[in-house]
Each structure stands twice: as C-alpha cells, then as structure tokens.
Design a protein around this ligand. Structure first.
Ligand code: NAD
Length: 370
C-alpha cells in the first residue's frame, strides 16, 4: 500500500459537480479494489466561489492547490455570472490557478474510441485508431507578450498590436516535457511553428533542436502550423506528440478535438514545473465547459472528467496500469452500447450521468475479475 495521494477537488459550476461525482465513484472503487487511497480536499472555484466569497477563487484554495499532488477540476461559468466584474468572473479563478501554479504545458489527447469513430465528421478510415497528444505552451507567447494595445497613430488612424515572444527557458521546458512524453508513447514529436515568416518561429525551431540533442532516441519533425492544420484533417494518424506555442496550440488542439466527435469525451492536463522533491504541479480537467443548458438534468457525459482522472493517475502518480484499466473500461462501456445524450447513436441505450458512472465501475470490476 502506497502513501495516500493528495487531491484537491474543485467541481465548479453547472455540470461540474455532476461529472466530478462520478470521478469520486471511480476513486471509491480504487480504494476498495486497488488499495490506492486518495486524501481528497474539496474547494470552490468559479461562480460557486463568487457566490460564497465574492471572488472566483480564494487564497486558501490556491494554497490548497499548491499543497496538493494534483488538482481535479470540473468546469466553471454560466449565465448567472455574466454580469459580475471581469476580475471576479468564473474564468478568473482558472486563470489564477494556472498562473500561480505556473502551469505551462497543456496536454490534450485526441483519441478516437472505436465505438465512436462514426461520430467524427471525417471518414472512418481517416480517424479510426487515432491517438494524438497535443502539448501547448500556455504561459507565454502572443497571449501574454508586451507591448500590446490599441493606439491612435500620430498622423491619424489607429492600430492594434500584440507581441509574440518566447525565451529559451520557456521553449526548453515545454519541449523537454514533450520529448519525455513521446518516450512513453511512439517516440515521435512534431514541433509546430511558422519559421518561414516569424522570427519567434525560427527561434522556437532552433531551441527545440537544441533540446532534442538530449533525446536522440525520439524522432523530431518540424512542421509549419498551417500545414499541420491541413495534415490534421488529411492524415491525422501520422502524428503522435505535437508540441507548439500558445496561439497555434489553441487552434490546433480544438481542430484535433473535433476529429474525435464529442466534447463530452475529451480530457486534459495542465502541467507545471517539478519541485525539489520531484513533485510536478498539475491540474486535470475536461475540455468541455459547465454546459448550463443540461446542468441538473442528469444528462452530462462524465467520461471526459473520468478520463482526466486517468491522466492524473498516469502523469502525477505514475499509475499507468490503473489509467489503462480506466481507459479500457471506457472503451468497453461504449462498445457495450451505452451512450449519454451527447454521443447518442441509433440502436444504442441512452443512459444518465449516474448510470454511465455505475456501468464504468461495473466494467472495472469485470476487467480485474472481481
Ligand atoms: P460547453 O462546453 O459548456 O457546452 C457546449 C455544448 O456541449 C452544450 O450544448 C453542452 O450541453 C454540451 N456539453 C458540454 N459538455 C458536455 C458533457 N460533458 N456532456 C454532455 N454534453 C456536454 O460550452 P459553452 O456552452 O460555450 O459554455 C458554457 C459555460 O462554460 C460558459 O460560461 C463558458 O464560459 C464556460 N466554459 C468553461 C470552461 C472551463 O471550465 N474550462 C471551458 C469552456 C467553457
């Protein structure tokens, strides 16, 4: 029996608490069947926190997040908080957590489950078996670079401008993480930029090549971002790990997400630096939002959040075997014909959030022969 792992649970708003409830079910199963115990602290974030404390996240919760081995987040936001001051908007809670924990790499897998391959807008033979990992730098680049602004020009007229800037240290840490990740997958990295037209692209390519010298066993391909977008819809299976900057990563990860067919199936991880004891700051959350249109209706698909927990097991706790089990259980419930409303197909059985969670746990039992 290993030491208890410290998790901070931040369910958030809308369907957040519903989908996080199903993660708790999986955690209970792990305590019972896999002797893996977690110490869970609960906290508020987003609109729920604003209602209770007048801000989107409290200092105490940020401190809890820093002290935890990993943070698991549901979703934030909803029309109820549309008119609160910008600095207290639900998303401000997420941004503060990402910033204070220095979460610099967002990992978005795009996996096509066999049973859902038909749900993709692309042809079955293009997406079947797809398994890509997009690593997006999230703390620098054009979203944060200065100078930025909207200004009047001296001779009349005006201009809007942003600055794309990366330091060697910023490229180094995200590239290193991507190469490390690739070693646990198919040992192939595509580094994506626009070195043909941007100085920061030339720099990105140079720095990635430098880091690559420490990973000679990993294949490195450089690709322009526009070509990458095209290749993602032409022949996506050529990719394993894609590493790219903040802006291109934003676009390409959404593009890759749609290859898989449903928002309710997409997990993510955002990772930060490793401390002196080897512990890496990390936050895991589904890609989808708080889905206010279906909140409280027992319709939410909990699988993206459960798959985010599987990522947490793999990347924060080195429990790859347990992560594999959960991913296999997801495959099996889908192959067995269970569907929440968002992934419903003809001839399948429509189930609620809870029934999906219960069925997944029953499948986990079957997988370990319990
Ligand atoms: P959304 O992802 O919440 O919903 C888009 C559509 O997908 C909706 O029809 C919704 O019902 C459906 N959907 C999403 N997740 C689902 C699930 N697990 N199961 C079944 N159906 C699901 O995006 P939106 O409607 O643009 O935003 C709603 C709120 O969520 C907004 O306040 C937005 O700011 C916020 N948001 C939060 C995050 C986050 O917390 N990381 C991300 C995106 C949006």
């Amino acid at each position: 029996m290993t030491a208890n792992k410290k998790l901070l649970f931040l369910p958030g708003d809308g369907i957040g608490p519903e989908v996080m409830g199903e993660v708790r079910r999986v955690i209970d199963w792990m305590a019972k069947r896999r002797t893996a115990a977690f110490d869970i602290t609960d906290g508020l974030v987003g609109g729920a926190c604003y209602d209770a404390h007048g801000c989107a996240v409290t200092d105490e919760t940020v401190a809890d997040a820093a002290a935890a081995d990993a943070v698991l987040l549901g979703a934030v936001g909803g029309p109820k908080w549309d008119d609160v001051p910008r600095e207290h908007r639900p998303e401000a809670g997420l941004l503060r957590l990402r910033k204070d924990l220095d979460l610099f790499a967002n990992l978005r897998p795009a996996v096509v489950f066999d049973a859902l391959a038909e749900a993709s807008t692309l042809k079955l033979d293009v997406v079947k078996g797809l398994d890509i990992m997009i690593v997006r730098e999230t703390t620098a680049g054009v979203y944060f670079g200065t100078p930025r602004g909207i200004e009047d020009l001296p001779g009349g007229g005006s201009k809007g401008f942003d600055t794309q800037v990366y330091t060697d240290a910023e490229v180094d840490r995200v590239a290193r993480l991507a190469f490390d990740l690739a070693r646990k997958r198919s040992s192939k990295v595509h580094s994506v930029e626009k070195a043909n037209v941007m100085e920061s692209g030339v720099f990105w390519r140079r720095e990635v090549a430098r880091v690559h010298r420490d990973f000679p066993d990993v294949e490195l391909h450089n690709m322009y971002a526009d070509n990458c977008a095209m290749q993602l819809v032409r022949y996506p299976r050529q990719f394993d790990v894609i590493v790219t900057d903040n802006l291109f990563g934003d676009l390409l990860s959404d593009c890759a997400a749609m290859l898989t067919g449903s928002l309710g199936m997409l997990p993510s991880a955002t990772l930060g630096p490793t401390d002196s004891s080897g512990r890496r700051a990390a936050m895991y959350e589904p890609v989808h939002g708080s889905a206010p249109d279906i909140a409280g209706k027992h319709m939410a698909n909990p699988l993206a959040t459960i798959l985010s927990f599987a990522m947490c097991l793999r990347y924060s706790f080195d429990m790859g075997e347990d992560a594999d089990l959960i991913e296999q259980a997801v495959q099996n419930v889908l192959s067995g014909g269970l569907r929440t409303a968002d992934i419903m197909q003809d001839g399948m059985a429509k189930v609620s959030t809870t029934v999906m969670g219960e069925s997944l746990v029953a499948e986990l039992d079957k997988l370990i022969g319990a």
